[in-house]
Design a protein around this ligand. Sequence first.
Ligand code: NAP
Length: 250
Amino acid sequence: MKLSGNTIFITGGGSGIGRGLAEALHKLGNQVIISGRRKGHLGEVTKANPGMQSVELNVEDPASIAAVATKLIAEHPKLNVLINNAGIMQIDDAASTIDEGLLVSTITTNLMGPIRMTSALIEHLKKQDAATVINVSSVLGFVPLAMTAVYSSTKAAIHSYTQSLRYKLKDSSVKVLELAPPWVQTDLLNSNDEPRAMPLAQFIDETIKVLGTDTEEVLVEGAKTLRNNPGPGEAALVIQFNDTMEQPPH
Ligand SMILES: NC(=O)c1ccc[n+]([C@@H]2O[C@H](COP(=O)([O-])OP(=O)(O)OC[C@H]3O[C@@H](n4cnc5c(N)ncnc54)[C@H](OP(=O)(O)O)[C@@H]3O)[C@@H](O)[C@H]2O)c1
């Protein structure tokens, strides 16, 4: 996609990957609007990046999504990029009773959130000369991490939804991209100091380079092995990957 001159709305821009993308895109000459539940985080990021704007949003709440979409369209008529990045990840145990709260909040945030957010903005985006929806999935949507079975399933679902959305918009001005990160050092699962995860700054640099091409799947090098989930070899890869993840880091 074109990396400058856009008006970009990003969910979950107050921390981690969302903040990294917001700051990189702000520096490249885009009007960026970040969002999330924690006002303090939003304020910290906008203060550090003069010109960036923010709005409070809870993607678990359809009324919040509708209100924010109305506000965005009124205040930013040139809005042409939506990045569905907000997400939560909790450890579960598929072999035991799944906590109802974890189940509902994970699916509501990670799957219904992006669907509702896109749905609320799509008619506006279609009116723009060139628009983009970027859905942040995960390599775990291609090879599940068994200790986060619900999370992994939401990411597989968002991959599926992204493909349907892309197909239905193929004759429109709206391009649909999927960003599937590998393990990145963020607050997600307390991975900030995790040596097996990719440093955030490196992930953002590499991602922005790929985003500047015309690819529909935004993958850094470290995401490719799991994304290229090998057809009939899938079952063996899922076992091998999960066995590896159960070992302590060397
Ligand atoms: N880090 C990784 O290894 C990794 C790998 C693959 C994919 N991803 C994906 O990357 C995305 C960003 O995650 P991250 O790693 O950057 O973790 P993070 O720092 O925890 O960021 C998640 C963001 O989502 C926002 N969020 C969560 N629930 C929300 C809600 N109900 N309404 C609005 N915003 C909400 C949070 O803001 P508030 O709490 O303030 O609302 C937070 O800023 C997620 O979709 C995640 O699944 C991450």
